[in-house]
Design a protein around this ligand. Structure first.
Ligand SMILES: [Zn+2]
Length: 143
């Protein structure tokens, strides 16, 4: 991943951006793919998610947390890392997270669904150099 991402005890960490993605434990800055409890955890200081995730995330998280929400496809640059959200087709507000740094593009899928679902925006293919795919059912307990 060319030094963009590291696996830490708190979850996936973006080194140059100084933020975590769907952290397992409370962190200062969490970029979350969607509002399900195994991706958006209580106790972080700041959350960044999609605009359409706002109502669910505000219901679930502490009112003391800081929130920022982006529409799909809009870019926010944090410490030189360009962050954007793209539809994942999983639940309302679910997103794939696209990170671009130093000309390298990484995509973190979060939970995603390729089939049509009237409750959320359909999954969208995103060009990238590296992709980290969610694979809940790849766990050994499901064999
Ligand atoms: Zn989910």
């Amino acid at each position: 991943m060319k030094g963009i991402l590291e696996s830490t005890s708190h979850g996936l960490y973006c080194v140059p951006g100084d933020f975590h993605i769907d952290p397992h434990l409370p962190v200062k800055r969490a970029v979350v793919t969607h509002a399900h409890s195994d991706h958006a955890r209580w106790g972080c200081d700041r959350y960044l998610a999609t605009q359409s995730c706002e109502a669910l995330l505000r219901l679930r998280m502490s009112p003391d947390a800081e929130f920022r929400f982006l529409p799909y496809g809009e870019t926010l640059t944090v410490n030189g890392v360009r962050i954007s959200f793209h539809p994942a087709g999983h639940i309302l507000g679910s997103a794939q997270i696209r990170l671009e740094y130093g000309g390298h593009v990484v995509l973190i899928t979060g939970d995603y669904k390729l089939g049509s679902d009237p409750t959320c925006t359909s999954w969208e293919p995103i060009r990238c150099h590296s992709m980290i795919s969610e694979s809940t059912f790849g766990l050994p307990i499901y064999r």
